[in-house]
Ligand binder design. Sequence first.
Ligand code: GUN
Length: 285
Amino acid sequence: MEIISGKDLATELKCQMASQVATFKERFGRIPNLTVILAGDDPGSVSYVTGKAKASEEIGINNVTIRLSEDVTQAELLALIAKLNDDNNVDGILVQLPLPPHIDSDTVISSIEQSKDVDGFHPLNTAALWNRRPCILPCTPKGIIKLLKSKNIPIAGKKAVVIGRSAIVGLPVSKLLLDEHATVTIAHSRTENLAQVASEADILVVAIGKPKFVTPDMVKHGAVVIDVGVNRDPDTGKLCGDVDFEACAPLTSYITKVPGGVGPMTICCLLENTIACFLRKVSQP
Ligand code: GUN
């Protein structure tokens, strides 16, 4: 069994990005700007946004975090995004989810200029992903594929089971695994015999948002297990994933931990997407 450290891989990739970004001021006259919008003060979201800001600054990207009140109106939010869309010095716009319940997330996400959609959530980017056209990939799915590739884990021909069907993780990671020629099953809360389905996976990706949901009976001997969960352990209050790590790890060939697994890779891919949006913008005539 080997732990795949997202933290180590992210550190290595951030180092490379920092060297690249260090050349930008001289080459292009400015550095990339990532603007993050957070509405409300959900502790989880605050912590994500802080992590994104810290990582941006680490590699020399200018991060602006705009904090709005929980009761900001949809019209105000749309007006802010329109302003950022028009601002030539803004390369990436990220609206932290979930938004307060009175705001329609789809409308807000769709209002972001496609070329500044560093999350890859805009419907045009989603459509491009499903049509295998060049696009900005959602960060967590992109990070998961990087983790697998960093260990040269074969994907083509393998049986991949993704537990969870969210638009942010489950669906796009399934498509990326399919593009890598895996045989993909998407399982979810309504799947019958979920343990049986999961236990057939060579690669098991878990994004269901339930602490320690995956138990050893759901893991094939020698499987690769990628844990996307970010939960609080109800017993200890500590951060934990969707996989019972201690119990499952001995069965696996490779496994990620929470924290230090997928999370740092998500942030790393966000930085990569921001740099890509910047470069596209500055290289346009
Ligand atoms: N909330 C949970 N994950 C994400 C993410 O990847 N991007 C945004 N914007 N919000 C999130």
